[in-house]
Design a protein around this ligand. Sequence first.
Ligand code: KG4
Ligand code: ZN
Length: 355
Amino acid sequence: MVTILGIESSCDETAAAVVVDGRTLASNVVASQIAIHAEYGGVFPELASRAHVEAISLVVEEALHDANTTPDQLDAIAVTRGPGLVGSLLVGINFAKGMALMSGKPLLGINHLEGHIYSLWLTQPFRPVEFPVVVLIVAGGHTELLLMRDHGVYERLGGTLDDAAGEAFDKVGRMLRLPFPGGPHIEQSAATGNPKAYDFPRARRDSGFDFSFSGLKTAVMREVTIPASTQARMGRQVTTEKKSQLRSDVRVPDVAASFQSAVTDILVEKTVRAAKEHGATEIFMAGGVSANGMLRQKMRKESDLPVRYPPLNLCTDNAAMIGAAAYWRFQTGLRSSLEFDVLPMWPLNNDTYSR
Ligand code: KG4
Ligand code: ZN
């Protein structure tokens, strides 16, 4: 039995979890900073690292307590090394290093994207995986399409050329004056809207496996806001940073539903095609946006292959996924130096752990 403490602080959640054999959650604690960042409509890096500092020791303590575990009963301590916000990552990394030093337990610096993938190993009941599988990681900071040939063996098929899918949800949410983060609120609003009300563009339909969401975002913007220049012409003073105004005749649920429909169409179309072209046995989805009901439903409908996604509470950032990914790395002998550095930009490929 291998028991690993996972720690995650790459963005706006301070999280710790105890994971047994990469499959079973002994505990899972997530302290979200949503309330702190809501006021700014996005993650404010300085505030994020400060909030991590305030939360981390309590969060780790609680995770150990919930799992009825002490540091000396652990086999390893795993922490997100990147990608993410440098100040936020450092809080988790320094805490984990301190713990590893004091307890004498091995330390593993884990890639956050690999963590998202291994959240799928925490689904219950677990069905054995037959490689290769196509993996779509859709989160606030990432949109990646990968072919996973085995544990730790990845071929990148494509990714976003501009905004991440979750970022697009968050930006459109802001345009529609919905609370932060936009994703879940757009989904909620879309439930009563007409997805055909607006015909938003589906970019890069036929070209490869890359995604682009900035054109879609601009199309929504054009549809729903009155530009600052027009407002000025109408004699309105435009002083705040919220230069564009929401048109009064906009039906928010219709825009939300039409936007969600466009994003999910693009994600599903490319993922299904990638799975076919590369002979995948299954489609895996992970990351915050994989919580989206329409995305899940469309993917299942459009693909003949089985589709897996994490349980809802493991789609967004958490430390359980870091513990789960660390289990496989631990088995292959990965041990990180206590001096390892933070990697804010850290691609996931076959050389990921050679640094
Ligand atoms: O995985 P995550 O916590 O962060 C990153 O690793 O980047 O994902 C957060 C993102 C946010 O952009 C949020 O709006 C989006 O996931 N999200 C959703 C839903 N729930 C969260 N997007 C669409 N539908 C949802 N239900
Ligand atoms: Zn994430």
